[in-house]
Design a binder for this molecule. Structure first.
Ligand code: GDP
Ligand code: MN
Length: 428
């Protein structure tokens, strides 16, 4: 569960880290006007659960009330990287004199070591620093998962920061305290991420100009104290706004997740594969296998676009809607499907697919090739239906290639399907 910036700052402030003085949290420009002094320099910050707001226009400075009101009016109601801006955090602007640092604590997912990362090149994406100037990052892993940061490690991290920051030498002790406090907060509140970027060096000491905390959902049950501090009564589901496809699938009663952002710009050199799997497990397998086969045999030029799960025995109409959604989805070049009929029936599946294709062809709607396999419950009647449909409506089913039975493994079906789509595009 991700905290909003103002909440994360409350947490850090409670741990003794200096944060900018908050003017308040506002939902309207008029309220901003009532709270900001005529000549007060303030920062306006969009309260959205996503980073990189600065670059997207979600963090602005205003020199006084009038400017703050007009900036607030412009920001509210906008979207920042897809998230609607409904509230603004307004703070006294911190005027930097020294440098900007990065301090972050997270967990290495490979070995579960708590990892402290610091950099004197803060204020930008730490991933960018890692790419461009990796020597400006110090990373310390704590295999013993100590509750507090060991003294020697804290000193080493602080010295690294201090030596790279203008005016840092005089603040080594204060930097050490901040790093230790971020670490302690990470442990105390069961965080997945506790991060300050930028940590600004002021004459009075380091100030956390931004704050990010992501709580581990598995630890929420023991964070009652934190919930009370923040005035929260229930856990927040901080998923992004659902995409159009996700909304459509929800209305139709099946689970669907877009793997690409809605504003994703299609790479014309790649094949985009939509997936209608049989079950959630098969869905995850298919995503993995499409990517894997694409990497191994097609130069990494294959992109799975979605996860989907019908959740038990779908109806014919629901199966049709699962395909309809992907045919309507402009980036999709190929649909790969698999019906491993257990609870659900191959017969229902094939009727849904064939019905969808016939209807769309006759209506002149967009269709892309469909390849896949079906095996399991009701296979004999499904096979019979499929054979008859291919005889009776060959034109409508021209680009549908469904393997019946499990003699051919799914990995092979996927590979052949991608090969087929590549050939159709005239790609090597
Ligand atoms: P993010 O882009 O979502 O990480 O949002 P930040 O809160 O980090 O703001 C983006 C950038 O705005 C920061 O990297 C700073 O350069 C700048 N910034 C934010 N708050 C302040 C502040 O109080 N004073 C100054 N001088 N710069 C700030
Ligand atoms: Mn930031």
């Amino acid at each position: 569960m991700r905290l909003y910036e103002n909440e994360a700052k409350q947490v850090f402030a409670r741990e003794g880290i200096a944060v900018p003085r908050a003017v308040g949290v506002f939902e309207s420009a008029a309220d901003v006007g009532k709270a900001v002094g005529a000549g007060a320099a303030v920062m306006l910050k969009a309260l959205v659960l996503i980073g990189g707001r600065g670059k997207a226009g979600g963090v602005r400075r205003a020199a006084g009330r009038a400017e703050a009101v007009s900036q607030a009016a412009d920001m509210l109601g906008r979207r920042i990287r897809g998230y609607p801006v409904e509230r603004l955090l307004v703070e006294e602007a911190v005027e930097t004199t020294g440098g900007a640092a990065y301090v972050g604590v997270t967990m290495n997912p490979a070995d579960f070591n708590v990892t402290v990362i610091v950099s004197p090149a803060g204020g930008v994406d730490i991933e960018q620093v890692a790419r461009e100037t990796p020597d400006k990052i110090l990373r310390v892993e704590l295999a013993a998962n100590e509750a507090t940061l060991p003294e020697a490690e804290a000193a080493r991290l602080a010295a690294f920061l201090a030596s790279g920051l203008p005016g840092g030498a005089a603040q080594t002790g204060a930097l050490k305290a901040v790093v230790s406090k971020v670490y302690a907060a990470f442990q105390k509140y069961d965080c997945k991420v506790a991060e300050i970027n930028p940590l600004l060096l002021m004459p009075s000491g380091p100030v956390a100009a931004d704050a990010k905390i992501v709580l581990d959902d598995n630890g929420l049950f023991r964070q009652g104290g934190l919930f009370r501090l923040l005035g929260l009564t229930t856990a927040r589901h901080d998923v992004s706004e659902p995409t159009r496809n996700e909304v459509r699938a929800r209305a139709a009663g099946f689970r669907y997740v877009d793997l690409l952002p809605e504003d994703h710009v299609k790479d014309p050199s790649k094949l985009y594969v939509g997936l209608v799997p049989g079950g959630a497990g098969y869905g995850i397998f298919s995503i993995d296998e499409v990517g894997n086969i694409g990497d191994r045999f097609f130069g990494g030029r294959v992109v799975p676009v979605n996860f989907m799960d019908s959740g038990g025995g779908p109806t014919v109409a629901m199966v049709a809607e699962m395909f309809d959604l992907l045919f309507d989805c402009e980036p999709v070049d190929l649909v790969i499907t698999s019906r491993f009929g257990g609870i659900s029936s191959c017969d229902v599946f094939i009727r849904g697919l064939v019905g969808c294709l016939i209807e769309r062809r006759r209506a002149g709607k967009r269709v892309v090739p469909v390849v896949g396999r079906m095996v399991g419950t009701d296979l004999p009647s499904a096979r019979e239906f499929l054979e008859r449909a291919k005889r009776e409506t060959p034109a409508e089913l021209e680009d549908m290639h469904i393997t019946v039975g499990n003699r051919k493994i799914m990995a092979e079906v996927i590979r052949e399907g991608i090969r087929y789509a590549f050939d159709r595009k005239g790609w090597a």
